[in-house]
Design a protein. Structure first.
Length: 103
């Protein structure tokens, strides 16, 4: 995954940033937004895919305290934990299903 950071504005400084993810779209954008928007220090979190022909996603974070890049990092780590947990539970349930239905 390639990531670029667009310059912030003078009003919010490091608390507000737009990040550009290359070769990403709605799948990552919506999942990551769902995680980050729940953090109490986040004032705004949203994403857009500027054009379907371009394979990039713009992801915007604005906070009332921490740096936006730190919130993004935390969000990616939390999303990875959710994915790991989902995979573990799926594998456990699949094994249990196969064991119960073995003939």
């Amino acid at each position: 995954m390639r990531l670029a950071e667009l310059a912030g504005d003078e009003t919010y400084g490091d608390k507000s940033r737009t990040f550009v993810f290359q070769d990403e779209g709605h799948t990552l954008g919506n999942a990551l937004r769902c995680i980050i928007v729940r953090y109490p220090e986040v004032v705004f979190c949203g994403y857009t895919v500027p054009h379907p022909a371009e394979s990039k996603m713009h992801f915007r974070i604005q906070t009332n305290g921490p740096r936006a890049v730190d919130v993004l990092r935390r969000g990616l780590e939390d999303l990875a934990k959710v994915c790991d947990h989902t995979t573990e539970v799926f594998q456990e349930r699949m094994t249990a299903f196969k064991t119960a239905n073995a003939s």
